[in-house]
Structure formats: C-alpha cells, structure tokens
Design a protein around this ligand. Structure first.
Ligand code: XUL
Ligand code: CO
Length: 436
C-alpha cells in the first residue's frame, strides 16, 4: 500500500528550484571531498519522533494526523513501519534508528514485550530487504514506563536495575539481528533531583557496572557495532549524570570503559549544556571519541529540548568542519533526532522537515569542504601557534623543559609580544563562504 500517493521520490533540483518537494543541496551521489554526499552524511530517520510522536505537549493532546491513529497493538506498529519505510525510500534516507518501545507495543509482561519485539523485528527485516534501508542504531526506552521513575541503572531499586538490564540485553540482540551498526545509551532518567534522597556515589558506580555488563554481553553474543553514549545535561532530571562530552569521557575513564564507547553528540543537548554543537563535536573528536550525531536544533530562547529539524547553515557548517576533520563519522551517522512542530500536523510536513534538515547539512558539508580545501582557517590557526614549533615552545611540547628552565628563559625576556586573535575578521570570512 502507498501512503504518500501525491509524493514521488524526492529529487535533487539545485539551489534555484522553488519546488518544496525537491532537494536544493542534497545530491546523494555527488562526490564531495572524495566520496558521495550520502557516505559523508549517513542520514537516518528517528523512528520515535517521526512515527510515534503524537504532537502532545504539557498543555494539550496530540495533533498529528496519522494513518495509524485509529489502530492499536501490533496492527498499529506494522502500519507505522510501512509508512516509515515508504518515507525513507522516497526521501532517499539510507538508515533508521529506533528504541525497542518505538517498534512494538509494551504488552502486559516482559515476556510479552519480548515476543512483540521478535514479531516486529521479523516484519521490519522484510521491509529492510525490500528497500535496502539499514539500521544505524538501536536502543532501549528505559524512561517512559513509570517503573523508571527514579532512573534505570541508577535507580535506588535493584529490581529496576535488573529490569533495565533485561531490556538492554534484548534491545542489543535485536539491534544485532537488524544489522545495526551502533547501539546507543542515552541516560533517560539516569540523574537526580535532590541530594537529600540520593546516594550519587552508589548510583554512578551502578551506572559503571551496568555499562560494563553491556560491554561483556556485547562480546558474548559477538555484536560488532559501536557502543555510544549520548550526553545531555538536564531533562528529564535536574542533574543528568551524562552532562556533556567532557563529563562522559571523565566517567568512562574512571570506570575503565573508555575503549568500549564513543559519543553520540546531539546539537540541542549541547546547547542545553551551554556549549555550542561544534564544541561538543570538537571535544569528542580531539579525544578520539566522536561516534555519531543526533542532528537537530534547539531554540536558544527556550530552556528545554525542542528537537527541531536543523535549518541553521552556520551551525551545520561548523559541525561538518568537525566531521570532516574527524575523517568522517562512520560507522556512526547523522540521525535526525528531530520532530515536526505540533502545528505541522499533516503527513506531508514530514517531507518538508526532512528535506530542510538534509539540505541544511548537505550545504554545510559543501561549505566546510571548501573551507578545508582553501585552508584559510587552518593556516590562521597554525600560524597562531607557531611559537610551539621552534625555540622554547618546541622544547615545551617535546617535554625537554620544566619550571626551572622556563624561569631561566623568562628572566631573559625583555618584552612579550602578542598578536591579535582577529575574531571579527575570521567571522566575516566565515560569512563570505556562507553567502557565496
Ligand atoms: C532524548 C534523546 C533520545 C535519544 C535516544 O533527549 O535525545 O531520543 O536520542 O534515546
Ligand atoms: Co538524541
């Protein structure tokens, strides 16, 4: 059955096209920096926002007009899958990401949930075969059900820890079955509200134990996907343990897990942590930990996770500079952890949203490539640190000197000369690339 009857495969028509159902910049097979755009960007559909999001908010019920609205149970899950695969095929999106709870109903027991998942995995496998669409990552939802009110692996209740473990075990198995290239841990409710009722030390140790169990089980079943942690500073809890990239990397080192995980950086989580998106990507990259990207954007006037489709080319360019400097993002990709606005309730709005997001990152990729080719910014930075390439700077970097030698050297200095950081000149130059 075809659900988007009036929409055919979205084509690239170039930047002057006025057709809202065409790409202006994303030309999947066009080679940029040595490989096709689709291989740089590895776009993925988020199953949750796209297929299970209803458009409800704290003040109102769902608004989304969806063909499955009247259905329940497995029937609803199957229809969602079919619509999702048609959407991806028509948009030319090669991957999807999912939580276990997105693809199958929870059922009345853990056993029933597992059976529902098995049935839906078989169903989705067929759709994958038919369309050639692949799984970028899977994860578990250990935050919606009320049993997770105090967290999952950081819950004060050991039964909840055990239940969450059973969920991750199954979610990892089905991700493997679907050929998932990564498995994500986003900290759900792993955080706390008040120290008056919280043993943070035990909770963090338990989180470390839980992730070690995941590493062990991954090895046991021979799952070869990359494990990813997705930092977020707040929401739903006041203090999320996986605050930002730096916090997560420190945590992983403390529990000796650093070789088994990389980071899934989400743009709106970065801005909630008062960082730029590119800061989080950069911190991950320079530590060899950049694994994947949840591409969205927040509203800087609001303090919560609005998960909007990304349309800001400035930010996308800065992000793609980091991705290119990382030598790419595979086996990770660029998942649109983004949802249409509550008022954009029609099915075709999903197309406009994905087209906007895909074009934004395609344009960002092209501009970032040009910047790297021309080398203006790289040369500026290299020049700025030139004092470390000779003389005393070289000795500092190579570890040849300590405080005593540096004091002796400093005593010989008559004048210290600095040069301008030229921030405004650089920002103007950045704009010139954007508006070419
Ligand atoms: C929540 C969030 C999640 C993760 C997957 O803020 O970003 O959707 O990406 O659990
Ligand atoms: Co996310």
């Amino acid at each position: 059955m075809e659900f988007f009857k009036n929409i055919s495969k979205i084509k690239y028509e170039g930047k002057d096209s006025t057709n809202p159902l065409a790409f202006k910049f994303y030309d999947a097979d066009k080679v940029v920096a040595g490989k096709p755009m689709r291989e740089h960007l590895r776009f993925a559909m988020s199953y949750w926002h796209t297929l299970t999001g209803e458009g409800s908010d704290p003040f109102g019920t769902g608004t989304m007009d969806r063909p499955w609205n009247e259905l329940t149970g497995m029937e609803k899950s199957k229809l969602r899958a079919e619509v999702g695969f048609e959407l991806m095929s028509k948009l030319g999106i090669d991957y999807f990401c999912f939580h276990d709870l997105d693809i199958a109903p929870e059922g009345n027991s853990l056993k029933e949930k597992q059976e529902n998942l098995d049935e839906m995995v078989a169903y989705i496998e067929e759709l994958m075969k038919k369309t050639g669409i692949k799984c970028l990552w899977g994860t578990t939802n250990a935050f919606t059900n009320s049993r997770f009110m105090h967290g999952a692996s950081t819950s004060p209740n050991a039964d909840v820890f055990a239940y969450a473990a059973a969920q991750v075990k199954k979610a990892m198995e089905i991700t493997m079955k679907l050929g998932g290239e990564n498995y994500v841990f986003w900290g759900g409710r792993e955080g706390y509200e008040t120290l008056l009722n919280t043993n943070t030390e035990l909770e963090l140790d338990n989180l470390g134990r839980f992730l070690q169990m995941a590493v062990d089980y991954k090895a046991k079943i021979g799952f070869t996907g990359q494990l990813l942690i997705e930092p977020k500073p707040k929401e739903p809890t006041k203090h999320q343990y996986d605050f930002d990239a730096a916090t997560v990397m420190g945590f992983l080192r403390k529990y000796n897990l650093q070789d088994h995980f990389k980071l899934n950086i989400e743009a709106n989580h970065a801005t909630l942590a008062m960082h730029t998106f590119e800061h989080e990507l950069n911190m991950s990259r320079i530590n060899g930990m950049l694994g994947s990207i949840d591409a969205n954007q927040g509203d800087l006037l609001l303090g919560w996770d609005t998960d909007q489709f990304p349309t800001n080319i400035y930010d996308a360019t800065a992000a793609m500079l980091e991705v290119l400097r990382n030598g790419g993002i595979a086996p990770g990709g660029l998942n649109f952890d983004s949802k249409v606005r509550r008022g954009s309730f029609e099915l075709e709005d999903l197309f406009y949203a994905y087209i906007a997001g895909m074009d934004t990152f395609a344009r960002g990729l092209m501009i970032a490539d040009e910047m790297i080719q021309e080398g203006f910014f790289d040369n500026f930075v290299k020049e700025r640190y030139a004092s470390y390439e000779a003389g005393i700077g070289k000795k500092i970097v190579s570890g040849e000197v300590g405080f005593e030698e540096l004091e002796a050297y400093a005593l010989t200095l008559e004048e210290i000369k600095n040069t301008s950081g030229r921030q405004e000149m650089l920002e103007a130059r950045f704009n010139q690339y954007l508006y070419k």
